[in-house]
Design a protein around this ligand. Structure first.
Ligand SMILES: Cc1cc2nc3c(=O)[nH]c(=O)nc-3n(C[C@H](O)[C@H](O)[C@H](O)COP(=O)(O)OP(=O)(O)OC[C@H]3O[C@@H](n4cnc5c(N)ncnc54)[C@H](O)[C@@H]3O)c2cc1C
Length: 402
């Protein structure tokens, strides 16, 4: 009997298993996850869950009954330690499990700072898993001092939670601007001002020398010798794809586990999806670290296991919640040469990225309509006249009819 084994019971793993069943796959499905919790969504970990406004069960992607009813064998708290692509098996502490198809959805691990500069002190946290956030939640008490290393989305979301709960928050960013790796200068500026307006201190072009403390963190020293006191520190300096087991199995890596356009790795009948997987786009192997990508890639792999032979055409979308601002992003702005700003009122703002006449991406702040319309335009390959975008009188939905 066919047996699809999925390693990594997160966003992508759960999506692949559910999609296989919805497509009528009637073989065995085993979904193996190292964490004890059933597959759950991570975005609230740095938002509503960290703020204490969401129960753990609401993070779960499906109820435990779903897996029983769909005949998906869920092995939680179970790490796959080896893959044999010739014998077609995976190994855990307890068993060797044969597969006919294997999907690697192993996600990623946050980068840690070296112990030599204080990265292993008590009170230094990263934000990836439920366990990470459960460990740090009690630190978020009014009046305490939080230093965040790294001004990416996760760091900034944690900063917003900190300010909302009355902490003194400082974000240290080595690059000239926060969000530099992922956003335009305009979007960075929007969020810098948003944080400053809420009382967070944002230090850009500022390197960390070391985290201070004997066993527990007491502060940080910056490259310019300034010292800042800290009760705790969050490190949000990016992730590395989890490819250890794949690499040991001889599966090709290139910016993560390399796949072809259909989600196949270099090993026969082994597929990959989500944060751990790179795919070909415009001559490079790229990875997209987002929920939308994890789901779409995983569902595509399920379809291709069922024989669809479809290529992955990414339709990226992303969001971030900070204070009362909802950022929604559609498309990828890589290679843009022009930004058009739309500011229909004092609250909603969107940045529209063009290369020549082609619309590439939209960043919408507090403007769901601009996001929805922009997303549909990008996905259907249409590029409205920038003058119309900039004109606050333009009715957004009319752009879809043009
Ligand atoms: C705090 C936070 C906030 C985020 N906010 C947003 C957001 O607002 N919007 C957005 O689009 N994206 C957001 N993301 C990113 C998004 O959550 C990820 O891109 C997505 O979870 C990737 O899904 P995945 O299935 O590839 O990996 P994961 O969901 O990480 O799942 C991988 C799983 O595989 C397990 N695993 C790894 N190795 C093994 C092994 N050898 N054996 C067994 N199990 C293994 C891991 O333990 C993990 O549970 C956020 C991420 C974080 C951490």
């Amino acid at each position: 009997m066919a047996h699809v084994v999925i390693v990594g019971a997160g966003q992508a793993g759960a999506a692949a298993a559910a999609k296989l069943r919805s497509l009528g796959f009637d073989g065995e499905i085993t979904l193996i996850g190292a964490e004890p919790a059933p597959p759950y969504q991570r975005p609230p970990l740095s938002k509503a869950y960290l703020l204490g406004e969401m129960e753990e069960e609401r993070l779960w992607l499906r109820s435990p009954e779903f897996y029983t009813e769909a005949k998906i064998t869920l092995k939680l708290g179970t790490k796959v330690t080896a893959i044999d692509t010739v014998a077609q098996t995976v190994t855990t502490a307890d068993e060797v499990i044969p597969y006919t198809d294997l999907i690697l959805t192993t996600g990623s691990t946050p980068r840690h700072l070296p112990a030599a500069i204080g990265g292993a002190l008590e009170g230094v946290y990263t934000v990836r898993t439920l366990a990470d956030v459960d460990a740090m939640r009690t630190e978020f008490r009014e009046g305490r001092k939080l230093v965040i290393i790294g001004g990416g989305y996760i760091g900034l979301e944690a900063a917003a939670v900190g300010r909302k709960l009355g902490l003194e928050v400082t974000v240290i960013e080595m690059a000239p601007r926060i969000l530099q790796r992922v956003a335009s200068p305009e979007t960075s500026t929007y969020f810098r001002i948003l944080h400053q307006d809420h009382g967070a201190t944002i230090l850009e072009s500022t390197g960390l020398d070391r985290i201070l403390g004997d066993s527990h963190v007491i502060g940080v020293r910056l490259k310019d010798s300034r010292e800042l006191p800290a009760d705790f520190v969050i490190v949000g300096v990016g992730i590395t794809p989890n490819s250890f087991e794949a690499e040991h199995a001889g599966i090709a890596l290139d910016n993560g586990i390399a796949t072809d356009a259909q989600g196949r790795t270099s090993a026969p009948r082994v597929w990959a999806a989500g944060d751990c997987a790179s795919f070909p786009l415009n001559g490079a192997q790229i990875r997209i670290e987002s929920v939308g990508n994890a789901i779409d890639q995983a569902e595509l792999v399920a379809e291709n296991i069922m024989g669809a032979a479809k290529d992955y055409i990414p339709a990226p979308w992303f969001w971030s919640d900070q204070y009362d601002c909802k950022l929604q992003i559609a498309g990828l702005n890589t290679g843009y040469d022009k930004i058009v700003t739309r500011a229909p009122d004092g609250h909603a703002v969107s940045f529209w990225y063009y290369r020549g006449d082609q619309l590439l991406a939209v960043d919408a702040m507090n403007d769901s309509r601009a996001y929805m319309v922009g997303k549909r335009l990008i996905e259907s390959g249409r590029s409205p006249d920038p003058a119309k975008i900039a004109d606050p009188a333009t009715e957004m939905k009319a752009l879809l009819k043009a």
